[in-house]
Design a binder for this molecule. Structure first.
Ligand SMILES: NC(=O)CC[C@H](N)C(=O)O
Length: 227
């Protein structure tokens, strides 16, 4: 399975993402510039955290019109797995690949800590190696992580089982405790907590690893292996 890690000017979690895939999943992975226009060689696309374009205008707003975003949309339409973490989630929202918007944290302060995150739906390609309702220890690190959506959007998210992760202690004011959502089809996930920073005990938690392993298991399940 081949992963792409998209690197925007100002990404700063790209190497953690790369390392999680290469060293812990032991899958093929490549860093790909945000000026790339073709992602058809990849089986999964990872949008890492950071401060793309310095968070000017709003987090993710400028990155959402980078050339690579058109390619990401093409891949999303094909069913390719796409994961946006933190700034990656913000970019997916700004690009319209996921519903809702991100506001500054409720207390207007950057939050950097490990928090408890619940698996709200384990019936997806990103979460099916977790137990439903499992509490994961995952790092969060953001200034604009206060997820907002109106009630109609929330109803739609609930009806289509698109809420995959919720906060146990809602650190940032997110509507309905939402920490991560997927699109209706289930192949695009955005989440504020950082699974790639929780892939070995030395990092304080291994709870993020199953997310990547779920992606690999589901991809393998739908692709014949040629050895
Ligand atoms: N770790 C990150 O991706 C930071 C996200 C974002 N730019 C913020 O502070 O809100």
């Amino acid at each position: 399975m081949k992963f792409a890690v998209i690197v925007f000017p100002g990404s700063n979690c790209d190497r953690d993402m790369f390392d999680a895939v290469r060293s812990h999943l032991k899958e093929d992975v490549e860093m790909v510039s945000s000026s790339t226009t073709d992602l058809s060689n990849f089986d999964a696309i990872l949008l890492p955290g950071g401060f793309s374009h310095g968070d000017y205008l709003r987090s993710g707003a400028m990155a959402s019109v980078a050339p690579v975003v058109r390619a990401i949309k093409e891949e999303a339409d094909k069913g390719t797995f796409i994961l946006g973490v933190c700034n990656g989630f913000q970019i997916l929202l700004e690009a319209g690949l996921l519903p809702g918007a991100m506001l500054p944290n409720r207390d207007l302060a950057f939050i950097c800590k490990t928090d408890l995150v619940r698996v709200a739906n384990n019936n997806t390609v990103f979460t099916n190696l977790y137990e439903e309702g499992a509490a994961l220890k995952l790092p969060i690190a953001h200034g604009e992580g206060n997820y907002y959506c109106d009630e109609a959007t929330y109803r739609c998210l609930v009806d289509h089982h698109q809420i995959l992760f919720t906060y146990e202690n809602n650190p940032n004011g997110s509507a309905y405790d939402i920490a991560g959502i997927c699109n209706e089809r289930g192949n695009v996930l955005g989440m504020m907590p950082h699974p790639e920073r929780a892939v070995e005990a030395l990092l304080g938690s291994e709870d993020g690893l199953k997310l990547f392993q779920s992606m690999v298991a589901n991809w393998r399940g739908s692709h014949v292996q040629h050895t």
